[in-house]
Design a protein around this ligand. Structure first.
Ligand SMILES: C[S@@+](CC[C@H](N)C(=O)[O-])C[C@H]1O[C@@H](n2cnc3c(N)ncnc32)[C@H](O)[C@@H]1O
Length: 288
């Protein structure tokens, strides 16, 4: 244990003890442990070495190159859980990566609640990973550009649309930590000149897929939030902003207007507060 901790600490891992414990638990043999430590020392994200990430109290499988779900995104899921209707709920997770957001939302709903879960991503490796993660929840995962691969029958039926799309401005990619820059696919990070290219397209299409009174929730940075709020309003949605200082999270929630009195019954969020030192030493999108 102490040798592994020393190696990790020398490589700059802030939570060397916690990481060493996870690696020791995961390795089957000393040779396997040595290989895992070597990959970590070389800069690969711990989650890609372990093959899983902790997210909202769940273990989510992670494949090489696929975006590792960040703790700050748990706020988006918490807000979504509070907005989900008590009736059967239709959830769409766009830009799903591992599928962590949809999976966490389904897990936060009351046991026995009927859920129809759809997810999509442009990256085939992410789609494969999400299919694995969402199979137990009966999730349907599609590959393609945003709304393009979705079944037409989903139009106008979505209660909750989750999207943690890439939002790092192109010019800031070079400033990301190597763990992200070198080990997560560029398409998972790069949001175009101001970081909002994909997000604007998510908001532009949301009203078509949401049911009246349904909600779209997107993560942004604080600096981007005013532009994202304007974009949502410009596409006929009613936007509002939620921030959570402890997670450094910024979420835009926008609602498709519905008939008066049709609003979704709100329920307090039931998402557990997740912990895990292996995540908190990572900087990510908003730190760029
Ligand atoms: C920041 S990652 C977030 C992944 C996941 N939602 C999460 O929070 O862990 C953004 C994801 O969007 C996907 N993506 C980027 N552009 C896309 C597009 N035009 N259509 C669908 N997915 C896209 C990337 O492949 C990546 O998996």
């Amino acid at each position: 244990m102490s040798t592994v901790v020393d190696q990790l600490r020398a490589a700059g891992c802030v939570f060397a003890e916690a990481e060493a414990e996870l690696l020791l638990a995961a390795a089957g043999t000393p040779a396997e442990l040595a290989a895992m430590v070597r990959r970590r020392v070389e800069g690969r994200p711990l989650e890609q070495i372990l093959g899983w990430a902790g997210f909202a109290g769940l273990r989510v499988a992670v494949r090489p190159g696929v975006f590792v779900p960040r703790r700050r995104t748990e706020q988006l899921v918490r807000e979504a859980a509070a907005l989900a209707p008590a009736a059967p709920v239709v959830v769409l997770d766009l830009c799903c990566g591992t599928g962590a957001l949809g999976l966490a939302l389904v897990s936060a709903l009351p046991a026995g609640q009927r859920v129809e879960l759809h997810a999509a991503d442009i990256d085939p490796v992410a789609v494969d990973c999400a299919r694995h993660n969402l199979a137990p929840a009966g999730g349907h995962v599609y590959q393609g550009d945003l709304y393009e691969p979705l079944p037409p029958g989903l139009r106008g039926r979505v209660d909750i649309l989750l999207a943690n799309a890439p939002y790092v401005p192109t010019g800031a990619i070079a400033t990301l930590p190597p763990e992200a820059r070198d080990h997560e696919h560029r398409a998972a990070l790069d949001g175009g000149p101001d970081g909002l290219d994909v997000l604007r397209r998510v908001l532009a299409g949301a009203a078509t897929w949401l049911r009246p009174g349904g909600h779209v929730l997107v993560e942004t940075s604080r600096e981007q939030a005013p532009v994202a709020l304007d974009a949502a309003a410009g596409h006929g949605l009613r936007p509002r902003l939620v921030t959570a200082d402890e997670l450094d999270a910024t979420v835009v929630i926008a609602t498709r207007p519905g008939a008066p009195g049709e609003g979704i019954t709100a329920r307090p969020g039931r998402l557990p507060r997740a912990s895990g030192p292996y995540r908190s030493d990572r900087t990510d999108q908003e730190d760029a």
